[in-house]
Design a protein around this ligand. Structure first.
Ligand code: NAD
Length: 419
């Protein structure tokens, strides 16, 4: 990440993206004002007994942006930089994301300010269980369904599901998605976001008449989304020339063996030091000469400071909010093809939806069925967004927002105002 640059408030950025697209829809002031702000926000401060016997107070948030199309859906993030502002933005993006792929959810997000890398497993379990009980009035299979996000995983979801179930007195698997297969998780969920990045990148390459075989890809953020996206793109024929995580990046023009880099990261905690590669900073990685750039770390990475130096023709946003609106304009002007986050990374929430449906019905699908249904939804959403962008002569982000906002506004107006 660039140092010394004050990053924009993610929520203001989310609102500006909304405003940029809403003007194409001739929405009335009332509905616009409603959709610009979250419906509900809950902030909790709670104690956790640490391994050394001390008590630490943690702050967590859960924000529900919009419920017009169904229950709220969104991940929970553990990170030292979590703020209410960021969670608001992420909740709003979830509303649009669910609407772009047309699944019956509204948007939510949660986060706890903590540094999980410095916590033991027991401390993380206590934090997760107590946070769950603090927000338990918000969540539920019919109301708000959490999922993993940065620094949370299937184990975290298992603790949330167990805590919720203990309070109810019976098992409620559909209260979370992204949980382990053994307790009702869906096959293909872990890989779903990366797989969605792969499907949308494939469609973009085809649309731009660019060869898939040998397309050079750089991936920033080598976690769930980045590493799996890289692996699936490699299996499809692309050459992954660079990868990075919070400790820096690696580069090899001949291509990385993604599976082996994953093993190296598992063993050493970082991609850095992988044999046979040069080092590259996160800033340099974004500016590498390649066909596809996959930002899959955090927000505000491509800004007006560096957008002009981004050489990739296709930018597939695995992360949420990696590109600022100013950077978007610069990229559009120079002909870059940005697959916006609410489309590119919607594979995760789509298979979360499949997991929720399977949990409610107690009827589980094969992995092949999951992946085929995911592909159908992702390709349709890509084509829908592309068609709007061509018809309206706007970039794909505005097109995706137009599609999403229209669906959410229509649902909101149909339901009317209570009382
Ligand atoms: P993760 O915790 O599994 O991985 C994040 C990766 O980014 C790690 O490798 C970390 O080291 C790296 N990273 C952190 N800060 C960095 C920095 N400044 N520069 C470079 N790398 C950095 O998280 P994830 O689930 O893969 O999520 C990544 C992004 O994708 C987030 O924006 C998240 O909101 C978004 N996303 C995730 C999912 C999902 O299903 N997991 C779905 C949709 C969107």
């Amino acid at each position: 990440m660039q140092e010394g640059i004050i990053k924009e408030s993610p929520f203001e950025m989310a609102q500006r993206q909304f405003d940029n697209a809403a003007k194409y829809l001739n929405l009335k002031a009332g509905i616009k004002a409603k959709l610009r702000v979250p419906k509900r926000e809950l902030t909790v401060n709670f104690p956790v007994k640490m391994d050394d016997g001390s008590i630490q107070i943690f702050t967590g948030h859960r924000v529900q942006h919009n419920l017009a199309r169904g229950p709220a859906k969104g991940g929970i993030r553990y990170h030292p930089d979590v703020t209410l502002d960021e969670v608001r933005a992420l909740a709003m993006w979830m509303t649009w994301k669910c609407a772009v792929v047309n699944i019956p959810y509204g948007g939510a997000k949660g986060g706890v300010v903590c540094n999980p890398k410095k916590m033991s497993v027991r401390e993380k379990e206590c934090l997760t269980r107590r946070f769950t009980s603090e927000i338990i009035m918000f969540i539920g299979p019919e109301s708000d369904i959490p999922a993993p996000d940065v620094n949370t995983d299937a184990q975290t979801m298992a603790w949330i599901m167990d805590t919720y179930s203990m309070t109810k007195g019976y098992s409620v698997p559909a209260v979370v998605t992204g949980k382990p297969i053994e307790i009702g998780g869906s096959l293909g969920r872990r890989e779903a976001t990366g797989r969605g990045v792969m499907f949308t990148t494939r469609e973009a390459l085809k649309h731009l008449n660019m060869p898939i075989e040998g397309a050079r890809v750089a991936v920033q953020g080598f976690g769930n989304v980045g590493a799996i996206g890289a692996q699936l793109l490699q299996e499809m024929g692309c050459t992954i020339i660079a990868a990075s995580d919070s400790r820096g990046g690696i580069y090899n023009l001949k291509g990385l063996n993604v599976k082996d880099v994953v093993r190296h990261k598992k063993e050493t905690g970082a991609v850095a030091g992988y044999p046979g590669t040069d080092t590259v900073t996160n800033k340099e990685l974004l500016e590498l000469d390649c066909e596809v750039l996959v930002p899959a770390a955090l927000e505000n990475e491509i800004t007006q400071e560096n957008a002009d130096s981004v050489k990739a023709r296709i930018i597939a946003e695995g992360a949420n909010g990696p590109t600022t609106p100013e950077a978007d304009d610069i990229l559009f002007d120079k002909g870059s093809f940005v697959i916006p986050d609410i489309l590119a990374n919607a594979g995760g929430v789509t298979v979360s939806y499949f997991e929720w449906v399977q949990g409610l019905q107690n009827f589980f699908w094969s992995e092949d069925e999951v992946n085929k249904n995911l592909e159908k939804i992702m390709v349709k959403a890509f084509q829908d967004v592309l068609a709007i962008s061509q018809r309206r002569e706007v970039n794909l982000r505005i097109a995706a927002y137009i599609l999403a906002i229209d669906r959410v506004a229509t649902a909101t107006l149909l339901r009317g105002i209570y009382p």
